[in-house]
Design a protein around this ligand. Sequence first.
Ligand SMILES: CC(C)(COP(=O)(O)OP(=O)(O)OC[C@H]1O[C@@H](n2cnc3c(N)ncnc32)[C@H](O)[C@@H]1OP(=O)(O)O)[C@@H](O)C(=O)NCCC(=O)NCCS
Length: 178
Amino acid sequence: MKLSLFNPSDTQSVIRLFTEVFTTSEGKSEGEVIGTLVTNLIATTKPQELIGFTASDDDGIIACIFFSRFIVPNKQSAFILAPVAVATQHQGLGTGQKLIRYGLDYLKRQMVDLVFTYGDPAFYTKTGFKPIAETVVKAPFALSEPIGWLAQSLDGHPIETMQGATQCVEALSDSKYW
Ligand SMILES: CC(C)(COP(=O)(O)OP(=O)(O)OC[C@H]1O[C@@H](n2cnc3c(N)ncnc32)[C@H](O)[C@@H]1OP(=O)(O)O)[C@@H](O)C(=O)NCCC(=O)NCCS
């Protein structure tokens, strides 16, 4: 398996991957919602504010993750991980965790301080994320499942409590994702 930075030439394969994976796991409408999210994320996010990673085997891309710029009140450098997909027939083999660790290592080398995500703690705590209270760092929208608000520090310092609002990129700025 080869892990790489997302390349714009991967766009169609990656949109197809997310649509198929989420259609299988959550149903047709969620597949379309996530396919559209990825389309918008790639189309509307400045290159320096979006970093994607792919895992490929001989047949092509089998997993993909995106990190996008996340603005926090204390001006530390932060990204948010979303979305994440591993091809259905490749799930449960460690690929998702490997790709996330690969992405986190890359962000750490880029001197990123904090990474957030919003998802199932049972999965994301395996790669260093921990639940974070909204009294410490607010989510950008009202959360339907506050238990899924997760973060980790990459700079070796504990996450400090911050007053004020946070901001995600435009493609994620829709309450339906939160
Ligand atoms: C969730 C997903 C990204 C995990 O990637 P993966 O390569 O299948 O997972 P890994 O093999 O690296 O990790 C497996 C571990 O995570 C757990 N895990 C896997 N999928 C999980 C899920 N959907 N929710 C909670 N835990 C999950 C497993 O219990 C397993 O734990 P174990 O090793 O202790 O048995 C992948 O299954 C996927 O794309 N699912 C459909 C889309 C999705 O739900 N995306 C994430 C949205 S938050």
